[in-house]
Design a protein around this ligand. Structure first.
Ligand code: UDP
Length: 324
């Protein structure tokens, strides 16, 4: 299994996974519509094809040009707030688009897929840490699109022999340690890049969304996982597809609060971060972190980045020398 198609490989997590797969000797073709992705994030010798999940002809062109052993699928809209305001965009792209991808895979006899799912499929946690047996009751359209695709996979596996692993990420963070690629969203909504932009003076401050949560310092606790650890887990999942199909959490199992993150960023950068206390953001649970025993057991995966300051340091290096 050498030849891979990475759909959404010009995006944040996709591009870091492509980088890792290239380092491990895989042949990578990236298909991306560049709506959220950056062509500069696709490192050589990966090939790039402009294609869109909602344009089946463009997918057919890619599948008739190359022969693939497996697909890694990262292409999705992923902003929770936007998914509430414009659910059609989410169901059309994330659900209908994935059905188009699965149809062209089926036609060309490609049976293996690794998929970006999310802890947002669990919804409001009933207990923490969250393991894979936790009920899935997503509370926004984004989470529902990902859960629907997980269910589609299960049915396609039974009916057509699809081999799949859906990886349920917690909070992806950081950038490539060598500074070559990193996170670049427009608009940016994620905590770490926003803190670093406030430190740089590109934004006036970081707003802390709620200080009255039932947590030790009153701010939300999240499980931040380094993007290179995510990348490695995708490769391990790919290599396990003959033995296992199903769902696996990807998190460190370590919780960090918003206030702890700000303090850690100040320590890493040696600069003060201007802060404003703001109301809670709708849909934010107080505590989200992963039980990650299954990823260790099935994938043999261990996160390399377990100190939040090490994660921030890679993000800071990127933020200071951004290439796109
Ligand atoms: N957060 C915050 N201020 C911001 C952005 C995020 O306080 O400007 C908090 C947010 O409420 C959550 C955590 O930081 O508790 C992580 O949010 P992010 O948007 O990075 O990821 P999410 O958890 O939504 O996937």
């Amino acid at each position: 299994m050498k030849n891979l198609l990475i759909v959404g490989g010009a995006g944040y997590i996709g591009s870091h996974t492509v980088k890792h797969l290239l380092e491990k000797g895989y042949n990578c073709v990236v298909a991306d519509n560049l709506v959220c992705g950056h062509k500069e994030a696709v490192l050589p010798p990966a090939k790039f094809e402009l294609a869109d999940l909602n344009d089946p002809a463009s997918l057919e062109r890619v599948f008739s040009t190359y022969k693939f052993d497996a697909v890694l699928h990262f292409a999705a809209f992923a902003a929770v707030g936007e998914s509430v305001l414009d659910p059609q965009k989410y169901y059309q792209n994330n659900v209908a688009g994935t059905l188009n991808l699965l149809a062209v895979m089926k036609k060309h006899g490609v049976k293996k897929i690794v998929f970006s799912s999310t802890c947002a499929t669990y919804g409001e946690p009933q207990y923490t840490p969250i393991d894979e047996k936790h009920p899935q009751n997503p509370i926004n359209p984004y989470g529902r699109t990902k859960l629907m695709i997980e269910q589609v996979f299960s049915d396609y596996a039974k009916a057509y022999g699809l081999q799949y692993i859906a990886l349920r990420y917690f909070n992806a963070a950081g950038a490539a340690a060598d500074g070559s690629i990193g996170e670049s969203h427009d608009p940016e909504s994620h905590l770490i890049p926003l803190i670093l932009k406030a430190i740089k003076g590109e934004r006036s401050c970081i707003k802390i969304f709620g200080t009255d949560y039932p947590t030790p310092d009153g701010t939300c606790l999240r499980d931040y996982i380094h993007v290179e650890d995510l990348a490695q887990a995708h490769r391990l999942a790919l290599e396990k597809l003959d033995e296992y199909s199903g769902y696996i959490n990807l998190g460190t199992g370590i919780k960090t609060s918003v206030k702890e993150m700000i303090t850690a960023a100040e320590e890493v950068t040696g600069k003060k971060c201007p802060v404003e206390i703001a109301p809670r953001r709708a849909g934010d649970p107080a505590v989200l972190y992963a039980a990650n025993g299954k990823s260790k057991q099935i994938l043999g995966w261990e996160p390399k980045y377990i100190h939040i300051k090490d994660i921030i340091a890679t993000a800071w290096k990127w933020e200071e020398h951004k290439k796109f």
